[in-house]
Ligand binder design. Structure first.
Ligand SMILES: *[C@@H]1O[C@H](CO)[C@@H](O)[C@H](O)[C@H]1NC(C)=O
Ligand SMILES: *[C@@H]1O[C@H](CO)[C@@H](O)[C@H](O)[C@H]1NC(C)=O
Length: 337
């Protein structure tokens, strides 16, 4: 089933009341995935990663990122979590690939790429009742989306993984589940919303998904209840990633058959394989405090650092690899299919 579009006001960044909302700059762009391929130094496809600098090929769930990290790229400086997605490439008519740069969101213009992260405890405004939402705990991780999906039917398993064709930097309507079919004036925003119900016991699961679930009917945005199997309400984790496609918008550069030219780093030209990964890493109970206060962009309950300070936390690739020139194939030799 296709999910109902949300009320635009709920998504429009600057007026998004009741969501902890912040910028995290790029930590590194490389082929690493400690959830899907733990320990592997060059995983099949490229990711863009943000957050704490303890990010590594193996991330032992017993070691808290807040203890192992010495800095974070996020503006809330107690957040040493890692968040990552794949990256976009433009495929030229001659078959070569060029990575599509990322750009910061409205209000976070100084950021070096990265993402905007939201944690929304509930959809109503005002203070929360104690225990109304349970913040993620040390060792928690999850994935949403499946990079092998290539059809609308498959993608419907995940309710809220979408693309916004940005007419301007404030466009927040017209989300699609596949890549926008036409050039988008200022870029493509990728929206990754995670499920909001937890089984209350498991910090992870073999597929990194089974321990969380969507509300039993409808969506989080409609305040729908959690299913009995996953009764604990967790915040809605949501990423916005803006890919700056402006250099590639000239239709004479697009495929002659009229299709769109962007492919995910995992070889998906449909967009249905959109996915995101999360490793919790907030210090102590700072996230729970922010949730209980129903914090917004400004959160006196949390420590804040400047975007410029966050930019400085960038890491070097563990294995040096050119992911940015015009490439004859996607990094890792990922086929487009
Ligand atoms: C990453 O892991 C390697 C060994 O697996 C270790 O030598 C290195 O210190 C780790 N880096 C960080 C930032 O934890
Ligand atoms: C392929 O096309 C792109 C975009 O037009 C161009 O920048 C690049 O130099 C071309 N590469 C080759 C090998 O022709």
């Amino acid at each position: 089933m296709y999910w109902k579009p949300l009320v635009p006001a709920l998504l429009a960044g600057s007026v998004h009341a009741g969501s902890l909302r912040f910028s995290c700059s790029q930590l590194v762009v490389e082929r690493l995935d400690p959830l899907v391929n733990p320990g592997l130094l060059q995983t099949p496809h490229v990711h863009q990663i943000i957050g704490g600098n303890s990010f590594n090929a193996s991330m032992d769930p017993g070691i808290a990122p807040a203890e192992a990290s010495t800095c974070t790229t996020c503006t809330f400086s107690e957040d040493f979590s890692n968040y990552w997605t794949a990256v976009l490439y433009f495929r030229a008519r001659n078959g070569t690939f060029k990575r599509v740069p990322q750009k910061p969101n409205v209000g976070f213009e100084q950021a070096n790429g990265g993402m905007t992260v939201y944690y929304t405890p509930t959809i109503k405004n005002g203070a929360l009742k104690k225990g109304e939402v349970t913040a993620f705990k040390k060792g928690f991780r999850m994935i949403v989306g499946d990079p092998s999906y290539r059809t609308k039917t498959e993608a419907a398993k995940f309710r809220q993984l979408t693309y916004t064709c940005l007419e301007n930097m404030n466009t927040r309507t017209g989300e699609t589940v596949d890549f926008p079919a036409k050039p988008c004036k200022v870029g493509i925003m990728v929206n990754v919303r995670f499920p909001t119900c937890w089984d209350g016991e498991n910090l992870d699961s073999p597929d990194h998904m089974a321990h969380v679930a969507y509300p039993s009917s409808s969506t989080f945005e409609n305040n729908a209840p959690c299913p009995a199997s996953h009764p604990v309400k967790i915040p809605q984790l949501f990423f916005e990633i803006i890919f700056d496609t402006t250099k590639f918008n000239d239709k004479s550069l697009w495929p002659e058959d009229g299709s769109q030219p962007f492919v995910w780093s995992f070889g998906d030209k449909t967009g249905y394989g959109n996915h995101g990964d999360y490793v919790f890493g907030w210090k102590d109970d700072s996230l729970q405090k922010a949730m209980d206060a129903n914090c917004n962009v400004n959160c006196p309950q949390l420590n804040t650092q400047s975007i410029a300070t966050g930019n400085q936390c960038a890491q070097k690739q563990k294995v040096k690899e050119d992911v940015d020139s015009w490439l004859t194939e996607l990094p890792g030799g990922m086929p487009v299919q």
